[in-house]
Design a protein around this ligand. Structure first.
Ligand SMILES: NC(=O)c1ccc[n+]([C@@H]2O[C@H](COP(=O)([O-])OP(=O)(O)OC[C@H]3O[C@@H](n4cnc5c(N)ncnc54)[C@H](O)[C@@H]3O)[C@@H](O)[C@H]2O)c1
Length: 251
């Protein structure tokens, strides 16, 4: 236990994949964690896992596309743990794998609603809570936020948006002692990645592995280490940045 002793963190999408790994890692570093997800059973399991390891966590059922849920998440952090220091806005969905003309408006709105508007909703309430005492926000974008992702136009647009939102807010809130950064994972072994790999030839797992320098997907824990670093004082001069964690996929 070190680094984040006594800090309070919220993690959206904390029930699975990258969010779960980050919730466990932040808690192991001493943070009190609000595990926020729309998946209740899995989220409660992560909460229990943190408790078993000697950490402190609470589960909050949240659909990030609903502003009132994001407000309630922040409220839970304040009420239960007495503040908010760290927010990892990570919940996301991949959406339909299809040509742009076949993406469909409903799919477009769902993907933007969770991946981009969801981050916006969370940030609005987190920034209000952090303004007095400072804090750190880490948003999950993607390598698809840096380059085009064929057959995933809505997803790629949402992730480009997350980077724009991150950079703009970072410029506004630095003076309040709030650092805001994004992470851009490549191919990380999670349920979402399996779903994308199963659905599309161009984005298939074999092609992604072959195109990356390290020739393998990452485990979610490898991304959690970056989230921990960005959340800690070790990254005290880092804001408005996006960090690629992709095994050399985009180099
Ligand atoms: N896995 C990858 O290869 C990869 C690569 C780049 C970026 N990402 C991004 O990382 C983030 C996490 O993805 P993952 O791979 O861990 O996926 P995952 O599917 O394993 O986990 C996502 C979690 O988010 C939750 N979630 C989804 N929609 C939600 C909503 N509306 N409200 C609250 N919770 C919601 C799910 O219930 C799930 O627990 C996403 O933003 C994703 O776009 C993943």
């Amino acid at each position: 236990m070190s680094d984040l002793q006594g800090k309070v963190a919220v993690v959206t999408g904390g029930a699975a994949g990258i969010g779960r790994a980050a919730a466990l890692r932040l808690a192991a570093a001493g943070a009190h964690v609000v595990v926020a997800d729309r998946a209740e059973a899995a989220g409660r399991e992560v909460m229990a896992e943190i408790g078993k390891a000697g950490g402190q966590a609470i589960f909050q059922r949240v659909d990030v596309s609903r502003e009132e849920d994001c407000a309630a998440m922040v409220e839970t952090a304040l009420r239960t743990f007495g503040g908010l220091d760290i927010a990892f806005n990570n919940a996301g969905i991949s959406g339909r794998i299809a040509r742009t003309e076949d993406q469909g408006l409903e799919n477009w709105q769902a993907v933007i609603g969770v991946n981009l508007t969801g981050v916006f909703h969370c940030m609005v309430h987190e920034l209000r809570a952090m303004k007095a005492g400072g804090g750190v926000i880490v948003n999950t974008a993607s390598v698809a936020g840096l380059k085009g992702a064929p057959y995933s136009a809505a997803y790629s647009a949402s992730k480009h948006g997350v980077i724009g939102l991150t950079r703009s807010a970072a410029r506004e809130y630095g003076k309040y002692g709030i650092r805001i950064n994004a992470i851009c994972p490549g191919y990380i072994r999670t349920a979402m990645a399996d779903e994308i790999a199963a659905g599309s030839a161009p984005g298939s797992s074999g092609a992604l592995v072959a195109a990356s320098a390290l020739r393998r997907p990452a485990e979610a824990e490898e991304v959690a280490e970056l989230v921990l670093w960005l959340s800690s004082e070790k990254a005290s001069f880092v804001t408005g940045a996006h960090y690629v964690v992709d095994g050399g996929l985009t180099t």
